[in-house]
Write a protein that binds this ligand. Structure first.
Ligand code: IMP
Ligand code: MG
Length: 176
């Protein structure tokens, strides 16, 4: 089997799992007594969302949005469009938008606006990775597992040409 072309592991399987448990505890504490609607963004956030959801102690529903984002690998921000909308209404619900990574912030801002227009009671953002150094538009990240340096990463949902999403760790891709 070919080894994935990675330069180094940033967060090991154990580190990712431990951090997700910690963040799930934070989320559970924040929404104590409430019911959550977890909204994942296909396909990247599926891995993080399911891992997070399993550790929550508050009741949670799950729905997904599909987007086509044309931000390229070098980070030139582009257009975002909804390719698959939510199945169910979020009106009056406490929504947690679950992201794989917040980078420039363009995708997240677009999604926040899209969700806010549907009358939820609240919307918060939970991301596995946060690359604050590349932020162009400010978005309120309520929960995050890790801040990462300005390197392209794969694993735990993040892809390079649709590959490596299923790695159990987060790694810096080999630049070659
Ligand atoms: P934005 O720049 O915040 O709009 O993020 C756009 C999208 O780019 C993210 O949701 C990811 O799908 C993708 N992306 C950004 N950085 C990386 C990376 O390091 N690895 C894999 N995908 C990334
Ligand atoms: Mg991608």
């Amino acid at each position: 089997m070919n080894a994935p072309p990675i330069e180094r592991i940033l967060f090991s399987e154990q580190e990712v799992d431990r951090r997700i448990r910690e963040v799930a505890a934070e989320v559970s504490a924040r929404y104590q007594g409430k019911e959550l609607k977890l909204i994942g963004v296909l396909k990247g956030s599926v891995f993080f969302l399911t891992a997070l959801a399993r550790e929550l102690t508050v009741p949670a529903k799950v729905d997904f949005l599909g987007i086509s984002s044309f931000a390229n690998q070098k980070g030139a921000p582009g257009m975002v469009r909804i390719a698959k909308d939510l199945d169910d209404s979020i009106e009056g619900e406490d929504v947690l938008l679950v992201e794989d990574i917040v980078d420039t912030g363009f995708t997240t801002r677009y999604l926040l606006q899209h969700l806010a227009a549907r009358g939820p009671r609240s919307v918060a953002i939970c991301t596995l990775l946060d690359r604050v150094t590349r932020r162009i538009v400010q978005v309120p990240v309520d929960f995050r597992c890790f801040e990462i340096p300005d390197r392209f990463v794969v694993g735990f949902g993040l892809d390079y040409k649709q590959l490596y999403r299923n790695l159990k760790y987060v790694a810096v891709l080999n630049p070659d």
